[in-house]
Ligand binder design. Structure first.
Ligand code: WTA
Length: 640
């Protein structure tokens, strides 16, 4: 078990502080969170800390604040005005460095552009942008005027983009001519043009010039950002927002085909993130913080934009692929900007591990103080490699468990509050204020060392406000299994020392290279092929990506299996969702294993694809007869 010290030299083991803070937070959560919330600057203090009417939690009721004010205005009043806010590195090697005062100016001007385009408080604005400074600037500009932003990952297809835009009813779409990926411009404007053919709510498209590639501008609809920035005002008032004002909507996959629009508020979300980034990363104004996620995921929202900027840290924003043009690109960036906190995913670690240590040794990584991991379980081997070769055995590795819905980190080591020693592969303990547990199907606590479902038994300030436009789904997906208790959808074990080990999803959601994808979404895309009658998706273990997708397809009468159909199905999935959902294998079969109620038994599909045995059939819920399932399994094995 690695033991280490913070760079200040203070030993944070033995762990005295963590349990004290944790116990205090659970004993009187409202007093605890009020004290945390006071660390932000509010325009008006709340009347009530928490209004908890299960399953709806309202935090800091009656308080007003502004996210953009907290991320920029607060700093320009201090010496931080002339310190770095953003180190940006484009994939081709071009760079931009923005101080807090530059960021302040750009956010104000961008907010003025939005107002001049007729945008107002309560409007939804969709962002489909590469990893360029305009992305955080646009988010903060939306927050400044009270428009709710919805960032859509720039790897999504036109169809996926249109689905999300339509769900929010956004009036404006912000995109760029292109972004760079592996040396090539990805023509985002062209994809957005295609999406906008089927998004009636969008009135305007604001285009950032990034790659200087030719684009077609539709008169009356499309406008260049740089032209409007020239006429923008230098100051826009940061509008006081109610604590419960929706700061953003972010789409994530669930158990049905339709992605869920997770809505986050302002006061609770910001308070929670302000606190957890302090506890977990010990983030401060002198930190150079690099989270390698894309801003299109929740990790990017909390870990690239809101939390580090509230703390006045410098963030690194990198546009491109980790191994482009050479496999030491990331190590080069760490050295170049003197990164102190580095936060990435197990998939990335496993990929870079494969290249060996030679490239790492070419770089001076001694600025690093702390390493983080997020998005999927980290295997102890990858953990140990990360700790040894990147952290040189002096940086703690924080394995942080959280979700789009939780808004911020929930279970993780917290070095800044003297947490218990690390165990590679374990997210260790819940953070202060988080009442986690591992329970059985009835909601009873599991004994140590036994697998159960991870739940959260009390509200926390980062909790999402709901599923956009679908209150029923909010209740059904998260609160109906155990009334009043938040269902995470993950399996976990608590070991005999009380450490949490997260084991992956308990529902129909896959984690492919850390990306959350619903099996039903992929199946829906496959059955839209004219030759496909039915499809069933499962995942198989992948040494790099954690999981890879396999799809079992039944063809319609009159069609026979062919490599061409296989390629078309793959292509269709890529078009409808994006390359991240591309299946590794397509199997043509004549039958799918199903329960009596018609649910596909993915566990059987997985067993077939991995040549594993079907395991303990007695635990199959709502099963068809065991004999029948065995028969289908044997038949499928012959077919694949
Ligand atoms: C998984 C990402 C193991 C988990 C922030 C969760 C993890 C889902 C970890 C949420 C971790 C996240 N160890 N599994 N440290 N962190 N997960 O919404 O299955 O993209 O439910 O949020 O990722 O994924 P999401």
């Amino acid at each position: 078990m690695p033991q280490t010290t913070l760079t200040s030299g203070s030993t944070y083991w033995p762990f005295k502080k963590y349990f004290g803070v944790y116990n205090r937070s659970i004993k009187d959560p409202e007093a605890f969170w009020a004290e945390e919330a006071r660390k932000l600057e509010w325009f008006k203090t709340w009347d009530k800390v928490l209004d908890w009417q299960p399953p709806y939690a309202k935090w800091f009721v009656g308080g007003t604040l502004n996210a953009s004010y907290l991320c920029v205005d607060r700093h320009v009043k201090t010496w931080r005005r002339s310190k770095v806010a953003i180190y940006w590195e484009g994939e081709p090697g071009d760079t931009r460095v923005l101080s807090y005062s530059t960021l302040y100016r750009e956010v104000n001007k961008f907010a003025s552009v939005l107002l001049n385009l007729g945008m107002k408080k309560g409007d939804r604005i969709a962002l489909y942008l590469p990893m360029i400074p305009e992305l955080p600037i646009a988010m903060l500009a939306c927050a400044r005027i009270g428009a709710t932003h919805t960032v859509i990952f720039s790897g999504f297809s036109a169809q996926a983009l249109a689905d999300r835009v339509n769900d929010t009813g956004a009036r404006l779409l912000i995109t760029a001519d292109a972004g760079f990926r592996r040396g090539k411009p990805v023509a985002l404007k062209r994809i957005a043009d295609e999406a906008l053919e089927i998004t009636p709510s969008v009135e305007k498209m604001l285009v950032v010039r990034r790659a200087n590639i030719p684009v077609v501008m539709t008169p009356g609809r499309d406008v260049w950002l740089h032209e409007l920035m020239d006429q923008a005002s230098l100051f826009v008032n940061p509008d006081p927002m109610d604590s419960l004002h929706p700061l953003y909507i972010l789409y994530t996959s669930g158990t049905t085909g339709k992605p869920k629009g997770i809505v986050h508020g302002t006061g609770g979300y910001l308070t929670f993130n302000h606190s957890v980034y302090k506890w977990v990363f010990d983030i401060k104004e002198e930190s150079v913080y690099w989270c390698t996620a894309d801003v299109g995921w929740v990790t990017g929202h909390s870990s690239i934009v809101y939390a580090p900027l509230m703390h006045g840290a410098a963030i690194v924003l990198y546009e491109g692929a980790p191994d482009y043009p050479s496999i030491d690109r990331w190590w080069d960036i760490i050295e170049k900007y003197g990164v102190t906190i580095f936060y990435t995913s197990p998939t990335a670690i496993r990929m870079l591990m494969r290249y060996g240590e030679q490239e790492i040794e070419k770089h001076d990584l001694s600025s690093l103080e702390l390493l983080g991991s997020v998005g999927e379980p980290i295997n102890p081997e990858a953990w140990a490699w990360y700790y040894k070769h990147i952290g040189k055995e002096k940086c703690p590795v924080v394995d942080t468990w959280w979700q789009t819905e939780t808004g911020g980190i929930m279970i993780s080591p917290a070095p800044a509050i003297e947490c218990p020693p690390l165990k590679p592969g374990s997210a260790t303990f819940p953070l202060p204020g988080i009442l986690a547990d591992v329970v059985d199907e009835k909601g009873e606590s599991m004994p140590p060392e036994e697998r159960g479902i991870l739940v959260i038994k009390a509200p926390w300030p980062g909790i999402f406000l709901g599923v956009y436009g679908d209150p029923k789904r909010y209740v059904e997906s998260y609160w109906s299994k155990f009334p009043g208790i938040y269902y995470t959808g993950d399996y976990a074990i608590k070991d005999k020392d009380g450490y949490y080990w997260i084991l992956g999803r308990a529902d129909e959601v896959l984690k492919i290279a850390g990306h959350r994808i619903g099996t039903v979404e992929i199946e829906d895309a496959a059955v839209s092929h004219p030759a496909v009658a039915e499809a069933g998706v499962a995942s198989i273990p992948d040494p790099i990506k954690g999981e890879a997708i396999v799809i079992f397809v039944i063809l319609k009468e009159g069609f026979s299996p062919s490599p061409a159909i296989k390629a078309e199905i793959k292509d269709l999935i890529r078009k409808s969702i994006g390359p991240i959902a591309s299946p590794e294998q397509v199997y043509f079969v004549s039958k799918l294993p199903k329960t009596r109620s018609g649910k596909i038994m993915r566990r059987i599909l997985k067993a077939v694809a991995t040549s594993a045995s079907i395991g303990d059939l007695t635990t199959l819920e709502d099963e068809s007869s065991i004999e029948e399932v065995k028969k289908v399994y044997e038949e499928l094995k012959k077919e694949v």
